[in-house]
Design a protein around this ligand. Structure first.
Ligand code: DGY
Length: 321
């Protein structure tokens, strides 16, 4: 019998042709509706491989239901949706999609920073709603980005790619990371500083760290109170690195000036979430890596990893230590 692969979202046929040639491929046939828990649990019972997306919780319970499971290929660089420790204990390989999304995610992050600072989304809505009466000196005036200071918390590959874009805007680049990045310091002129210094000196504070036990709710009331009152906070990493209630309070009490958010603690965020009611919040639906080219590359890596593992080869991008 051919090994079974279960894919948790509808993908274009041509992108999974390689899998269909060799394996029994089953797929949740919805693009935007997540696979229901009971369907996922029923499918995992017979699956050798799972192709997952960031919104699929791959828990210890799910893994133990997957008696034949050999690989979970997650279509994301982040893998906080997966209990990697439990997978490793069961000998299940976990793979992600690093590198291919670095530049695309950095583009979106910097675009979100620009959009938030220059009130681009608010301005676009303003004109479409027929509110434009005349040119006026401070109509929808925002904040400059060029030559300001950006503080990047989490200087991984995406952080460095954001810094590269900031360099093009003549920005002063500060960063805080678990380890120093001599190459980024040399090539981009990025300056390492303590977390507190980064908060105190930056005009734009950009969260780029993965979600871990250490980073969960790291951006809390105390952290926001250390930022400049003119600071703009940008997050395109994971929603849960932010205490959203603390961010809301910081925004309504002018502790900071604005926020650009591509990620939220609970996704999709509900339409009546208080953060979405604020004009100084630019909110996006987790589209950091969402270009067609990059999403196709991410699918390709997942397919390749599954194909390799189910045919006894080493995966390209293994997460388990
Ligand atoms: C990732 O790759 O971790 C993104 O958040 C998913 O687009």
């Amino acid at each position: 019998m051919k090994p079974t692969v279960f894919i948790t979202r509808k993908l274009p046929d041509k992108s999974i042709a390689v899998l269909k040639d060799q394996f029994e491929v089953r797929m949740w046939e919805e693009e935007e509706v997540p696979v229901p828990k009971e369907v996922l649990f029923a499918e995992v019972e017979n699956a050798e491989a799972l192709f997952t997306v960031v919104s699929d919780p791959v828990t210890e319970e799910l893994l133990s239901a997957g008696k034949n499971l050999k690989v979970v290929a997650n279509m994301a660089v982040g893998y906080d949706n997966i209990d990697v420790e439990a997978a490793t204990k069961r000998g299940v390989l976990v793979c992600n999609t690093p590198d291919v999304l670095t530049e695309t995610t950095a583009d979106l992050t910097f675009g979100l920073l620009l959009a938030t600072a220059r009130r681009v989304v608010e301005s676009a809505e303003f004109i479409k709603q027929g509110k434009w009466q005349s040119w006026s000196p401070f109509l929808l005036a925002g904040h400059d980005v060029h030559h300001k200071t950006i503080g990047i918390y989490g200087m991984g590959k995406i952080g460095e790619a954001v810094a590269q874009r900031a360099k093009g805007f003549g920005m002063e680049i500060l960063y805080h990371n678990r380890t120093r990045k001599p190459e980024a310091e040399k090539v981009l002129g990025a300056k390492y500083c303590s977390f507190d210094e980064l908060l105190e000196l930056s005009d734009f504070v950009v969260a780029m760290a993965p979600l871990t036990n250490e980073t969960k709710h790291m951006f809390n009331a105390e952290v926001f109170s250390k930022m400049k009152s003119s600071a703009i906070f940008i997050n395109s990493s994971r929603g849960a690195v932010v205490d959203e209630e603390a961010l809301y309070q910081a925004l309504i009490h002018n502790v900071i000036a604005g926020a650009g958010l591509d990620v939220f603690e609970k996704e999709p965020i509900s339409q009546d979430h208080p953060l979405l009611s604020l004009p100084n919040v630019t909110a996006l639906p987790h589209i950091g890596s969402a270009s067609i080219e990059t999403r196709m590359s991410m699918i390709h890596i997942c397919v390749d990893n599954i194909q390799r593992i189910l045919t006894g080869k080493n995966p390209r991008t293994l997460v388990n230590k």
